[in-house]
Design a protein around this ligand. Sequence first.
Ligand code: SF4
Length: 352
Amino acid sequence: MTDVSIDTKTFRASLLKWYDKNRRPLPWRASGGKAPDPYHVWLSEIMAQQTTIPAVLPYFMKFVGKWPTVHDLAAASADEVMQNWAGLGYYARARNLHKCAKYVSDELGGRFPDNQEDLKALPGVGDYTANAIASIAFNKPANVVDANVERVMARIFGVTESMPDSKPQLKALAGEISKDEKKRPGDYAQSVMELGALVCTPASPKCPTCPVSDFCAAKSKGIAASLPARKAKSAKPQKHGYIYWITGPDNRILFERRGEKGMLAGTIGLPTSPWVEKTEDKTHLPSITRGKASKVLVRHGFTHFDLELHGFAVILGNTDVPAGGDYFWADAAEAAKLGVPTVFKKALKQFI
Ligand code: SF4
């Protein structure tokens, strides 16, 4: 545990003062004394899981433009939601987003719960997201700790223990500072995250312009950029498989709606064989008995593994589709509108 202690009241006041002048006008943030829209806060928090704000912004604008209320989103089809989510990654979020919208619309009359416990009961809402929504949308006291907050805490308190082992300590330190903020807990939570996003950035913290530099142990020791400490990363596993360009006599292309479990569950893409770790274990789908290898080679990095798919071209009769999946035909114009994850966009570009 750290032996650094700070004046938490002055720390919060300094940060809030800076936040009032410097916060970004993000579309889910309320301004002019208005309360934030819980639907917007929830949507932005789900989209921002494992994703940067610049990547979230166009998707957020698209979703609220298409579906201005949670009732509108609930009334959309699951396919439409998945297609509009395509490219944002982590597709389980999109499935849960739609389930959650339906639940809030049908069971709660369109009103999001205002407390952590009931928020956590919603599909796709875990500890962090429940705290963030309660705090930001309803100004409830909550310890909201994301990667930005962890980094700020590691530096302010000079915590040199490596991540992820230091996570509980960083969370406890964040809670020590936030627990007595009774007036503006929502703004305080956002101010720490905003400091991490704009000033206390990962590689090159802007300490000379930092509103809380007087409190910062890492700055005074000259070790800010090295915190939070991280253990050396082990190499990501490499997976292999085939990706198929299957056309029928009318030149339509065969697509697969992937199953409800596993990577990219519920998304639409070109058919693939199973993804395996050893090249020698690579096998075609059982129903692919003829066809030829193409020059297409698709490489894609997921968070936990890298994938390499070799292209294989097959011509089939219209009804002669691989067994055991959810397959359908689309022509080139229809295919362009499907909304497929990035790995399939790469493949389509190469095949076409
Ligand atoms: S002084 Fe530097 S390291 Fe410390 S919180 Fe501010 S930006 Fe981060």
